[in-house]
Ligand binder design. Structure first.
Ligand code: NAD
Length: 348
């Protein structure tokens, strides 16, 4: 089975990907800086696995990355490592440029040098898969969907830094021939998501009896995908995708933010009823985020027709699984929300 160097594998999507990869029999070297968003509790199930090797380190640390590549000689690199929260990028964009742009450049240079050192047969099989977002495409009107050829128009420091990293990956393929694949995915939800993002934040605040903040008029639309479906799509792109290509990933599940919050309230009303009063009574509309993109929607036709992927979970099913998971794992939330990071400081 292929040996993978996964970066950011203690985060939300990377953690889900690592757990699945180990279960599928892969060996994984997991390089993660363990920022506030990284959590070893996510990896508890593979702590004893001989197939999982965790290394705390920075993708921008060339010596560390080169050493890992020379020591373990992976068949592929899957790059999840990033600063990922739009609100934080508005408060402090520098960290986003540091990891998402400068860090990705360092990782690409190390990958290129390692790939060049490989025997021809192994070099031909090597892949650098870069995990990116649909936010690089900017905001849609009421019609249309993002396609792979949609021009980039990032509107937040987060999406601008991801766009820059995508361009670097593209340039390393065209300039040096590095066998890259880039995926651009819509909003994910599911187990192990840091509770600053809309869905886990809403669940936690609802259960604590706090106000449920919704930006602006709540009519911003996102195209939601269950995280396990994203991980399956990455598998497909990694093992079957064509070098130098980009693949859009989405769940055909457009919902307004207020719809998402109301769905969560309904699922909680069914599972944790509170004396007849719906959790919806806790919803509060708050001042909008600056530069808040109005609508994202993904056309994943290329991935579906070329690589045979399709999502296994509809929105209702995925949301129910997500709520059930958070209700069943309060200790995971406690582990990530340690004393230095309190719920009151979190925003959507
Ligand atoms: P996350 O914030 O939950 O996890 C990021 C992980 O990267 C953390 O474990 C963190 O410790 C690690 N990390 C940060 N800086 C690092 C560095 N310099 N070196 C090594 N590790 C570092 O993010 P996520 O939601 O899991 O997103 C993963 C990737 O998927 C990101 O690249 C993001 O842009 C992309 N993406 C996310 C979504 C989404 O809805 N969450 C959608 C599409 C694409």
């Amino acid at each position: 089975m292929p040996l993978l160097l996964v970066t950011g594998g203690a985060g939300f999507i990377g953690g889900n990907f690592v757990l699945r990869a180990i279960a599928a029999g892969h060996d994984v070297i997991n390089l993660d800086k363990l920022t506030y968003a990284g959590n070893l509790a996510t990896l508890a199930a593979v702590k004893q696995s001989p197939n999982h090797h965790f290394v705390q380190g920075d993708i921008g640390d060339r010596a560390c990355v080169s050493n890992l590549l020379a020591t373990y000689r992976p068949h592929a690199i899957v790059n999840f490592a990033a600063e990922s929260h739009v609100d934080r990028s508005i408060d402090g964009p520098a960290a986003f440029v540091e990891t998402n742009v400068v860090g990705t450049l360092a990782l690409l240079e190390c990958a290129r040098d390692y790939w060049r050192s490989l025997p021809e047969a192994q070099a031909g099989q090597f892949r650098f898969l870069h995990v990116s977002t649909d936010e690089v495409f900017g905001s849609l009107g009421t019609e249309g969907k993002f396609q792979e050829m949609t021009p980039y128009a990032p509107n937040s420091p987060y999406s601008a830094s991801k766009a820059a990293s995508d361009h670097l990956v593209r340039a390393f393929h065209h300039t040096y021939g590095l066998p890259t694949v880039t995926t651009n995915c819509s909003n994910n939800y599911g187990p192990f998501q840091f509770p600053e993002k809309l869905i886990p934040l809403t669940i936690q605040k609802a259960l604590r009896g706090e106000e449920l903040p919704v930006y602006g008029d709540g009519m911003n639309i996102r195209d939601w995908l269950f995280v396990e479906d994203h991980c399956e799509a990455i598998d497909a792109a990694l093992f079957k995708g064509r070098c130098g290509e980009t693949y859009n990933i989405g769940g055909d599940a457009e919902r307004t933010n207020i719809d998402v919050v109301r769905t969560l309230c309904r699922l909680l009303d069914e599972r944790r009823p509170r004396g007849g009063a719906s959790y919806e009574a806790q919803i509060r509309f708050v001042k909008d985020r600056p530069g808040h993109d109005r609508r994202y929607a993904i056309d994943a036709t290329k991935l579906k027709s070329e690589l045979g992927w399709k999502p296994r979970h509809g929105f209702e099913d995925g949301m129910a699984r997500t709520v059930d998971w958070y209700l069943a794992h309060p200790s995971w939330v406690d582990a990530i929300l340690d004393g230095s990071y309190r719920m009151e400081r979190l925003g959507v």
